[in-house]
Design a protein around this ligand. Structure first.
Ligand code: SAH
Length: 351
């Protein structure tokens, strides 16, 4: 029999499933799940017979640490997590003065195929469940020994391409019987899945929407991001305007600065013009070089000239502080390296 994923269930779903049990049973189990236990035997205040019944019908999703890299430059920790079925994803734990932020993955791999991104290069494997997203937060929190104060859905995968599971995760992680994390402490990053941006806007959650823009026009954006051929910049920015109006939240535009591709003075002027009137902020991220890619970081001079040009045009802009630069702490880099190493070992063994 296929067992059911208990940790993806909301409290009311568990209550409905446990209808023959005492009323407090569901809440007891829910609390254990949200503390991050990995087996039913750890739920020590449940009768043994009930634990056995649960173990026969349900399973608890876990994220086990397969690899862990600690930056020597700052407190950033990068994890490669392994799920129950052996699938692996990356998460990054960052420390800021205001607390600990974990960046989690929403899919194993990605279908979006952005030209500069390591995740897309390894293809798409599967969607993660809500419980697997939660497990990344719990595992990082347990390992750090400190409460996670912020979550960003900015790891591997496109959150709005796994929308139902992401909504369920948001529901679970913000539930008051669970981690009780306010939506204001959560950011979701998308490459621009426009129909889902409208849906999210209508829900009026107070989360921060980050939009990966990376280009000031369709010509450059379509080269870098295939999703732009489905929803172009005008459609995307219209959805962003709507999101800001509906939620009152400022949009955070991510702009990966790539030498000679999107970092000219003309690009800055064009970008400023397109963003006029949108409640927003632009985050400039020097591109991380991915092996086999033709894209390189702009020089510091070019990066700062681009930043100043945007600022002079009235755009609210910052250059993102790089954390964990020595541990390849950006999207898909660690898993890709791990795969390459495993492939090398296999190669070696075959010889
Ligand atoms: N799919 C979502 C979230 C995952 S990617 C999205 O596209 O927003 C998280 C962020 O990292 C995105 O802004 C993405 O464009 C950026 N990114 C991916 N590869 C990068 C690289 N090599 N250098 C810099 N930023 C990169």
């Amino acid at each position: 029999m296929n067992r059911t994923d208990l940790k993806s269930m909301t409290l009311s779903e568990i209550q409905a499933a446990f209808s023959g049990q005492p009323a407090f049973r569901a809440l007891q189990v829910y609390r254990w799940l949200h503390k991050g236990v990995s087996s039913f035997d750890e739920m020590t205040d449940l009768p043994k017979s009930f634990r056995d019944r649960l173990a026969a019908e349900y399973y608890i999703a876990t994220a086990r640490i397969e690899r862990k890299y600690c930056s020597k430059l700052d407190d950033t920790v990068k994890y490669l997590f392994r799920f129950n079925d052996g699938e692996m994803v990356e998460s990054v734990l960052m420390s800021y003065h205001h607390g600990r932020t974990v960046c989690i993955s929403t899919q194993a791999g990605c279908k979006m195929n952005c030209a500069f991104c390591a995740t897309g290069k390894s293809g798409f494997s599967r969607n993660l469940t809500a419980s697997e997203m939660l497990s990344q937060v719990q595992a990082a929190q347990l390992d750090a020994g400190e409460r996670i104060s912020n979550i960003v859905l900015m790891g591997m995968g496109e959150p709005l391409d796994n929308y139902e599971a992401v909504l369920r995760f948001l529901d679970l992680v913000s539930s008051k019987e669970g981690m009780n994390l306010g939506m204001r402490h959560i950011s979701l990053s998308t490459c621009g899945v426009v129909d889902k941006i409208y849906d999210l806007a209508n829900r009026k959650y107070q989360l921060t929407l980050s939009v990966s823009l990376h280009a000031p026009n369709d010509r450059i954006r379509s080269q870098l991001m295939p999703v732009n051929r489905k929803w172009n910049l005008e459609e995307l920015l219209r959805a962003c305007r709507y999101y800001a109006e509906m939620t009152g939240r400022r949009i955070s535009f991510e702009y990966t600065v790539i030498d000679g591709v999107n970092d000219s003075a003309e690009c800055a002027a064009e970008l400023a013009c397109r963003l006029r009137g949108i409640l927003c902020h632009v985050n400039l991220i020097p591109v991380n070089h991915v092996s086999g890619s033709a894209f390189h970081k702009s020089s510091q001079e070019r990066l700062h000239a681009f930043e100043s040009a945007l600022s002079n045009h009235g755009v609210n802009v910052t250059v993102r502080r790089t954390l964990g630069a020595d541990i390849e702490a950006s999207c898909g880099q660690l898993k890709r390296r791990h795969e390459e190493e495993v492939a090398n070992v296999e190669d070696f063994q075959q010889k």
